[in-house]
Design a binder for this molecule. Sequence first.
Ligand code: PGA
Length: 254
Amino acid sequence: MRKSMVIGNWKMHGLVKQAALLAATICDGAQYNFGVEVVLLPAFVHLPLVRDILCGSNLFWGGQNLYFGHNSAITGEISADMLVDLGCKYVLLGHSERRVLLHEDHMLIARKLLAAVNKNLKPILCVGESLADQQRGVSAEAITEQLTAIISFTGIAVFEQVVLAYEPLWAIGTGATATPEHAQATHAHIRAIIATYSIDIAEKICIIYGGSVKAANALSLFAMPDIDGGLIGGASLNAQEFLTICRYAHETCS
Ligand code: PGA
């Protein structure tokens, strides 16, 4: 039985006051242990305060990015050690906003993935097709290319530690969500790619869906057999909506 996960990606939102209130409200509401792993990904500068609020609860926190190497002269970057030092269990890697806006390529993402795993940080690795890929009918090929490029550099064994997030670019922050059937088909495709390397890892790996997940559509997405939870952007900034999504993940995983 795979675990279910709901991950709140706060992106570059909020000041100290809002981040503290959001973390505290989610923490209070989630005290009943929903049977689902809930992870908050605040901006780096808010990690210490989110850690202080979530410490001792059944919630986890993580970073939205890292850079490989440690104690190096790399201005403005954050290492895996620094995230571990702040109690992070997870780190988000390969998000399309970083791939597109900051030109992160497969090789850089693969290096970051190895840096995370070497420090026992679990990477949440995002893959997903662009609108152009979708319009050209090559969504599956685009995802295969992203995954195989990374696996050919890292090897498959590290994927024991990885959570995969399918995030079609055309659905991120747009309000347009993949239908549960489309998302299920893509998750099954992703699992099949992993199975060509390791059937055992393919069966165990948690594959979550991201892209305009809200309380209104979460239940039908999470009900699909290969969708093991959600990566939530905009809706994770509203504590009650996020908690409702966590409840739906619980209802569909048990
Ligand atoms: P969204 O973002 O839920 O606002 O579409 C998801 C993500 O980018 O992780």
